[in-house]
Design a protein around this ligand. Structure first.
Ligand code: FMN
Length: 273
């Protein structure tokens, strides 16, 4: 049985399903109704657009049943300005409350993250999330251990100078690596996927979805260097040999929020052609 089915009583043969199919797999079949040749089904990337864009709600896929879908018109959308303000007011948060985030909050954030685009819809991102402030602090400590190795092996490198300052701040009781965040979300993809940007896009979705729910984030740049280079940290995280670490976000409730917006920025550097 074909993975693509058409309710002939609803289909108007408008051809939109064929127009939105990435690989042009949909063609007119018996009596002009759309169909996918079974020999071509293996090329379907399961994006679902043939179903989502059908104005008559006539199409179904074996993995995307009509009853599970929400009508686009029923989805509440923010005003244009509100949507842009959400994006523009996202700031890196560097002071976090200690309390852990409820699992329901993570579920809502990752539900939004799962709608991020990925190359050929592969959805390759695996997440590693620390559940407790103690686990997050362990990760921060391992980053400092990596910096100690860097200082030992190359004491005059910029990384060693940075590491020395992070270690000094840790001795004063300040976590300048993961900022005392209760959680850390790390995105990894299989190395063979060759599209690490999928993980970076997902991390960006995560940061914006978190902001929408009042959860603060900050990219973990120091952490990322260590996670890519330091075996004990990779082992702690459970990152496999065949996985590439795309990036990480600290997560938690903000202890401090900006009282004013927006910071001065260089305007977009655009070359119009
Ligand atoms: C790839 C990347 C790595 C970053 N690493 C860190 C980091 O390790 N620690 C930190 O406090 N901020 C880090 N940041 C946050 C930047 O400093 C911040 O985005 C920038 O200063 C602009 O501020 P805003 O995010 O509040 O707009 C990182 C940001 C990016 C995109």
């Amino acid at each position: 049985m074909s993975m693509f089915s058409v309710d002939e009583s609803k289909c108007t043969k408008c051809g939109i399903c064929a127009k939105v199919c990435l690989f042009g797999l949909i063609e007119p079949g018996d009596f002009g109704f759309p169909q996918i040749d079974e020999k071509k089904e293996g090329r379907c990337i399961e994006c679902g657009h043939c179903v989502l864009f059908c104005p008559a709600s006539a199409n179904e896929l074996s993995f995307m049943k009509a009853e599970g879908l929400t009508a686009a018109a029923d989805i509440e959308m923010p005003s244009q300005d509100a949507a842009l303000n959400l994006i523009k007011t996202r700031r890196s948060i560097r002071r976090f409350k200690k309390e852990v985030l409820p699992r329901d909050t993570f579920d809502r954030i990752f539900d939004a993250v799962s709608q991020a685009p990925t190359a050929v819809n592969r959805q390759p991102v695996r997440w590693i999330v620390t559940e407790t402030p103690e686990k997050t602090a362990e990760a921060a400590n391992l980053v400092l251990c990596w910096f100690r190795e860097v200082i030992f092996s190359d004491p005059i490198s910029p990384a060693a100078v940075l590491g020395a300052s992070l270690i000094a701040r840790a001795k004063e009781g300040e976590d300048a690596v993961l900022r005392g965040a209760p959680h850390l979300a790390v995105a990894v993809v299989p190395k063979e996927h060759k599209r690490p940007e999928d993980g970076v896009i997902a991390l960006t979705y995560l940061e914006l979805a978190a902001h929408a729910l009042g959860v603060g984030c900050c990219w973990g740049g120091y952490f990322l260097n260590a996670a890519r280079n330091f075996a004990p940290l990779r082992e702690f995280l459970g990152v496999r040999e065949d996985e590439y670490v795309c990036g990480a976000q600290m997560m938690g409730l903000p202890a401090l929020l900006p009282a004013r917006q927006y910071p001065a920025r260089r305007g977009a550097d655009i070359s119009w052609l």
